[in-house]
Design a protein around this ligand. Structure first.
Ligand SMILES: [Zn+2]
Ligand SMILES: [Zn+2]
Ligand SMILES: [Zn+2]
Ligand SMILES: [Zn+2]
Ligand SMILES: [Zn+2]
Length: 259
C-alpha cells in the first residue's frame, strides 16, 4: 500500500473535505477559519505568516459544520479517544494538553501515519480537486457547529438562546428535575410550601429535597464546565451568558419547558 492508497481509503471512509487554515487564527479566541492568501500570509487582517493546520470539514444538513483539526501524531500516542469527545461534546481539555484523538478522522490519519504512511499531502491534494470556496475569514462556534461571517455576528450568536442552551444543557441531559434558577449553590433554597405554591413550575425555590440536591450537583457541574470553557478562552462569552441567564432564568425556563 502506498501513501496515496492509504489517503484514498481515509477519504472514502469519511465524507467531507480536508483543508488548511492558519494555525494562529484557528487557535485564536474566538476561533477563526482563515485560508491562505497569494502572498503566503493568512487572509485575516493580522496577515500571519502562513503556518497551516490540517482540518477536516464535514457539513451536516448544510447549516451545521464540523471542523476538526487533525493534529500531528505524537511520539507515544496511545490511540485512545478524548473523554469529552466520547460523550459527544467538544474537547474542553486545556489547549495542547489533550493527547487523545478528538475525531475518528484524526484517529484514522494517526494510525496511517503510525504505519509509516505520510497521508496528509495526499488528503489535501484530493480535496483540492473538489473544493468549495473558503476564501473569506469566518468565525466558528464549536459548541453549535456554526460558521459566522463576522465578529459582530459571532458575538450576537454567542448571546443567542440557542448557544446559551447548548452551552449549559449540553452536559445536563442526565438531570431529571427542573433547571435551577441560577448556579449559586449558597443561594438555592427549599420552598416553604411546595404543595400549595402559587408559582408552580416557575418557582425559583426547590419543591423537594431531591430537587434541591440535584440543583446543588448541577451548580457544581456548571462550575466545572465554566472552568473548562475558561481554559479555552471562551470565558468572557459564557460569563456574559451566565449573567443573562441568571437575570432571565424564568424566561429561559418557560422556553425550555415549551420545547
Ligand atoms: Zn491567521
Ligand atoms: Zn480532549
Ligand atoms: Zn454557539
Ligand atoms: Zn414554590
Ligand atoms: Zn481543569
Amino acid at each position: 500500500m502506498t501513501p496515496e492508497d492509504a489517503a484514498e481509503v481515509i477519504r472514502q471512509q469519511f465524507s467531507g473535505e480536508f483543508l488548511e487554515f492558519c494555525k494562529d487564527c484557528f487557535h485564536d479566541r474566538p476561533q477563526k477559519l482563515t485560508a491562505k492568501r497569494w502572498d503566503s500570509t493568512c487572509s485575516a487582517d493580522a496577515a500571519h505568516t502562513w503556518d497551516p493546520v490540517l482540518v477536516h470539514h464535514l457539513s451536516e444538513k448544510s447549516r451545521k459544520h464540523v471542523y476538526s483539526q487533525v493534529r500531528p501524531l505524537q511520539q507515544n500516542c496511545k490511540f485512545t479517544y478524548c473523554s469529552h469527545v466520547q460523550q459527544g461534546k467538544p474537547c474542553w481539555h486545556e489547549a495542547g494538553h489533550c493527547q487523545s484523538a478528538q475525531s475518528e478522522v484524526e484517529m484514522a490519519v494517526w494510525k496511517a501515519e503510525h504505519s509509516g504512511m505520510s497521508v496528509r499531502p495526499h488528503l489535501l491534494q484530493m480535496s483540492r480537486r473538489d473544493q468549495t470556496e473558503h476564501r473569506k475569514v469566518t468565525m466558528y462556534c464549536k459548541i453549535c457547529l456554526l460558521v459566522l461571517s463576522s465578529p459582530e455576528s459571532f458575538y450576537k450568536h454567542c448571546s443567542s438562546l440557542e448557544h446559551a442552551q447548548l452551552l449549559s444543557v449540553d452536559t445536563t441531559a442526565r438531570w431529571k428535575g427542573r433547571q435551577p434558577p441560577h448556579n449559586h449553590r449558597s443561594e438555592l433554597w427549599l420552598c416553604d410550601r411546595p404543595q400549595t405554591c402559587e408559582y408552580g413550575n416557575k418557582c425559583p425555590k426547590a419543591h423537594s429535597v431531591e430537587e434541591l440536591q440535584e440543583w446543588f450537583m448541577r451548580a457544581e457541574e456548571e462550575k466545572e464546565i465554566r472552568h473548562n470553557i475558561g481554559v479555552q478562552g471562551l470565558m468572557c462569552y459564557s460569563e456574559r451568558l451566565l449573567e443573562e441567564y441568571k437575570h432571565s432564568s424564568n424566561e429561559v425556563h418557560v422556553v425550555s419547558t415549551r420545547l
